[in-house]
Write a protein that binds this ligand. Structure first.
Ligand SMILES: [Zn+2]
Length: 343
């Protein structure tokens, strides 16, 4: 079993602190959440199993507010109703009570894995069938791009999202993120069958995908979030107008970073909710890059949709937004012109 991360199947954050830290000479060292936590007698911190004192790049600075990430619960997927609890490393959950190690891999193998906090906020479901899953939601896709072999804590921090790592038991903003996801999943339709209509797409709401395009090896150029489920075989004509909100965030051609990126990404959650809650629109894509953000939704009534979007906080931040709408009853623009990868 190699080095591997496991993710909470509700909130998409990892169930361990392990991450890679670039070292001198281009090597990667692994910070291990279970190895050591106190500075040694020499005063050098050996957190995570290494002495980082001479390293130019340090591990993510974990504090007491991050301890909850290590506390996992696994619900049996083997047909039983056992509940496993303990730390997770490299795809194995070590059940403290039995001493057994359960193979959970990414969080969905012999058991379905959640943070203990997320599980408790869900109402402590006793079986995997009763638990809520976040996979495929827009909220999930916002974190999916940090799901490398080990979670990219530093990249998450650089994108202004470190607030999500705070303990939901004591941090209201972190808790609100998880609670709103739980509410949305509780009201969602079962997603074990292919959606046959736009109504199914909206009620299941698990077809989101994130794509990152990079320059050279690492530097990110564009982030795109889009729905994969709508297709030609569905009746699309009830939503004939493509609403396109264009928002500049920089004068030069760059990808937003820090709290700006976080705010631009979260704006799509607000827009999605404003348009979709009663079926007025279907949010289909958000693209960030080259100094501008584009938010696309197909809507029944353009004027009504504009009114809702115009009322959203942050619509004109950091620069005034404008519309570039199209009449597109066959959804040609999103289904053909954009060249999006299909599932
Ligand atoms: Zn969680």
């Amino acid at each position: 079993m190699g080095v591997h991360a496991t993710f909470c199947q509700l909130c998409a954050l990892p169930t361990q602190h392990d991450h890679y830290v670039p070292s001198v000479g281009g090597m990667l060292r692994i910070y291990r959440g279970r190895s050591g936590s106190a500075p040694s007698e020499s005063g050098r911190s050996e957190n995570g199993g290494h002495d980082w004192a001479d390293e130019p790049q340090k591990p993510f600075p974990f504090g007491p507010q991050h301890a909850w990430l290590n506390e996992a619960v696994g619900l049996d997927l083997g047909g039983g109703d056992a509940i496993f609890r303990g730390p997770v490393e490299d795809g194995g959950l070590d059940d403290v009570a039995s001493g057994e190690s359960i193979f959970v891999w990414d969080g969905n193998d012999e058991a379905l894995v959640f943070h203990e906090r997320c599980w408790a906020l869900m109402g402590c479901p006793k079986t995997a069938e009763k638990a809520l899953r976040g996979g495929g939601t827009l909220e999930w896709s916002l974190l999916e791009r940090y799901h490398e072999q080990l979670f990219e804590f530093r990249e998450l921090e650089a994108d202004g999202k470190a607030w999500m790592l705070a303990d939901p038991a004591t941090d209201a903003r972190s808790r609100a993120r998880i609670v709103s996801l739980i509410e949305a999943r509780r009201h969602a339709a079962p997603s074990d069958t292919e959606p046959k209509s736009l109504a199914d797409v909206l009620s299941q709401d698990v077809d989101w995908r994130a794509v990152t395009t990079r320059v050279e090896q690492r530097e990110r150029r564009h982030l795109v979030y889009y729905r994969q489920a709508p297709h030609r075989g569905m009746s699309l004509s009830a939503y004939p107008h493509l609403l396109c909100l264009l928002k500049g965030y920089a004068t030069e051609e760059i990808l937003a970073t820090g709290p700006m990126l976080d705010a631009l990404e979260r704006f799509q959650l607000a827009m999605k909710s404003a348009l979709e809650h009663d079926g007025l629109g279907v949010m289909v894509l958000t693209s960030l890059g080259e100094g501008k953000a584009q938010y696309l939704a197909y809507v029944k009534d353009l004027q009504a949709a504009h009114a809702r979007v115009d009322a959203l906080p942050g619509r004109d931040e950091p620069m005034p937004a404008r519309y570039d709408d199209s009449n597109d009853p066959t959804w040609r623009i999103i289904l053909e012109e954009m060249g999006l990868p299909k599932r």
